[in-house]
Design a protein around this ligand. Structure first.
Ligand SMILES: C[S@@+](CC[C@H](N)C(=O)[O-])C[C@H]1O[C@@H](n2cnc3c(N)ncnc32)[C@H](O)[C@@H]1O
Length: 256
């Protein structure tokens, strides 16, 4: 077994170490389990990512010889809107900086970067169908749905689409699942710790992998982490004077 394969199977999160990534340790374990499970199904695979920032979530795929091509789509805004109601800053956000950081770890020839957003991109730019897509761009429901439609259009018939920060863009995920159902596609959808959400499309049974089974059993982590992240909204709603306004609204016939 190659060193990398072994480290992937052990969910060795130090595979992320060289570049900062906006992911928790549990997210990293989930992402490595997915990558390792994909490698068990396919002799080689194509990875597409929307939202790459410094390249942290690209890194394990760049290191992996089974990954033959990586598409990185990033609009590179300096500030991005977010469903949590605040804008997040990305100073000095650039593709050049990302490639420089990644090149310090591994040759970057297999990375194809696209500066832009999926809403305005021609599908034909993706000339090799990805087997695995990762959506981690603008964290709004509207942008996530557009990203998902793009992924669904370019994905191999059987493949996986994964989302990060599921507790932020859960309304979009719900709509994406409705879209998949409406199209009559076979699918499986599930959450992994901390905030990774997976939709398997067609016959892409990465959930059967042993590491994935363990993470699925650990789904209390994703459930509780998500609720805890959103608990501030409940505390706000039940605080004085909001709770009195709320009670009044209910009295006046409002529905919540
Ligand atoms: C949360 S960061 C990605 C983090 C990265 N995946 C990681 O784990 O290290 C979000 C990225 O999305 C990019 N972005 C923002 N809006 C976008 C859009 N509409 N389309 C594509 N990318 C976008 C930003 O430039 C930023 O690099």
């Amino acid at each position: 077994m190659s060193d990398l394969k072994e480290r992937l199977e052990q969910l060795d999160v130090s595979l992320f170490d060289a570049i900062p990534s906006q992911t928790t340790t549990d997210d990293r374990r989930s992402l490595l389990a997915i990558q390792s499970a994909v490698g068990r199904i396919l002799p080689n695979y194509v990875y597409l990512e929307i939202g790459s920032h410094l390249g942290g979530s690209i890194l394990p795929h760049l290191r992996d010889d089974l990954c033959s091509k990586i598409y990185s789509i990033d609009k590179r805004p300096l500030i991005q809107p977010d469903e949590r109601g605040v804008n997040f800053g990305y100073p000095e956000n650039s593709t050049e900086r990302m490639l420089e950081l990644l090149a310090k770890v591994s040759p970057t020839d297999k990375i194809h970067t696209i500066d832009g957003e999926t809403g305005t991109l021609e599908r034909s730019l993706i000339d090799e169908k990805p087997n695995l897509c990762f959506i981690d761009g603008e964290h709004t429901d509207a942008a996530t749905k557009v990203d998902f439609e793009f992924c669904l259009d370019v994905l191999e018939r059987d493949g996986g689409i994964i989302f990060h920060d599921a507790y932020v863009i859960y309304n979009a995920i719900s709509d994406c699942i409705a879209t998949v159902k409406k199209k009559g596609l076979n699918f499986k959808a599930y959450a992994l710790p901390s905030v990774v959400f997976v939709i398997e499309i067609g016959d892409f049974p990465i959930h059967r992998n042993q590491n994935m089974q363990q993470l699925l059993l650990d789904n209390h982590k994703s459930y509780l982490f998500s609720l805890e992240q959103n608990d501030g909204y409940r505390r706000f709603t039940t605080s004085v004077p909001i709770k009195y306004l709320w009670k009044l609204a209910i009295k006046l016939g409002g529905k919540f």
